[in-house]
Ligand binder design. Structure first.
Ligand SMILES: CC(C)(COP(=O)(O)OP(=O)(O)OC[C@H]1O[C@@H](n2cnc3c(N)ncnc32)[C@H](O)[C@@H]1OP(=O)(O)O)[C@@H](O)C(=O)NCCC(=O)NCCS
Length: 188
């Protein structure tokens, strides 16, 4: 077992060569947790398309690199596709089971939110979390996310209904750069 003290964690942009390890983390979360509401594993082509779409859209895909091993990843993308939602993103963070509780998600979210603050196009960051996932809810609370709603019994996995907790962090964004539209200013 690697500890945070023994190995330096580097948070960096994901490369195409990281996708097999990202896929393993992703499919483990599908198979073992209620963090992702798929019930079947996805293939490398799905993760490749996801990574390409995110990066082409200017959204970050970050990995936690420990001595050449991808220990976790985090990203955000537009929350909903309609243009009125263009300043709202949904974030996600996953850490491989052998690397949890070492501060890796904290390091990933710290950098991800730095990117969001620096992007000039992000006002609301939304985390949609299965309601019994208190680990993730606690993690997001530490970054200032607050629960803004709970959708009861909107998911079903592992033979039970799942509630979805929506958490939101509103950034003190001013003078959001709004290419193609009128410039808008949000009060901080
Ligand atoms: C949720 C998850 C990303 C946390 O990653 P992590 O690297 O273990 O988290 P960290 O070590 O940075 O811990 C950050 C905080 O989260 C909380 N936390 C982490 N693991 C916890 C656990 N097992 N039990 C309770 N709280 C926990 C703690 O508040 C912790 O802060 P602390 O160590 O100061 O007490 C990780 O458990 C994971 O990938 N789980 C499966 C996928 C998932 O649920 N992703 C989130 C989808 S919304």
């Amino acid at each position: 077992m690697v500890t945070a003290q023994q190995q330096a964690v580097s948070i960096r942009d994901a490369r195409e060569t990281d996708l097999p390890e990202i896929l393993t983390i992703h499919n483990t979360a599908i198979a073992e947790t209620t963090a992702i509401w798929d019930t079947e594993p996805v293939g490398l082509d799905e993760r490749l398309a996801w990574w390409r779409t995110r990066t082409a859209g200017g959204f970050p895909v970050l990995v936690a690199d420990i001595d050449g091993t991808v220990a976790g990843y985090a990203s955000y993308g537009q929350w909903r596709p309609k243009s009125g939602y263009r300043f709202s993103v949904e974030n996600s963070v996953y850490v491989a089971p052998g690397f949890q509780r070492l501060g890796i998600a904290t390091a990933l979210l710290t950098e991800l939110l730095e990117r969001a603050r620096g992007a000039g196009t992000v006002h609301a960051v939304i985390a949609a979390i299965e309601s019994s996932n208190t680990t993730s809810i606690t993690l997001h609370e530490k970054f200032g996310f607050r629960t803004v709603g709970v959708l009861p019994e909107v998911g079903h996995k592992f033979d039970r209904w799942m509630d979805l907790t929506l958490m939101q962090l509103t950034l003190a964004t001013t003078d959001v750069v709004d290419s193609g539209h009128d410039k808008v200013t949000f009060a901080s």
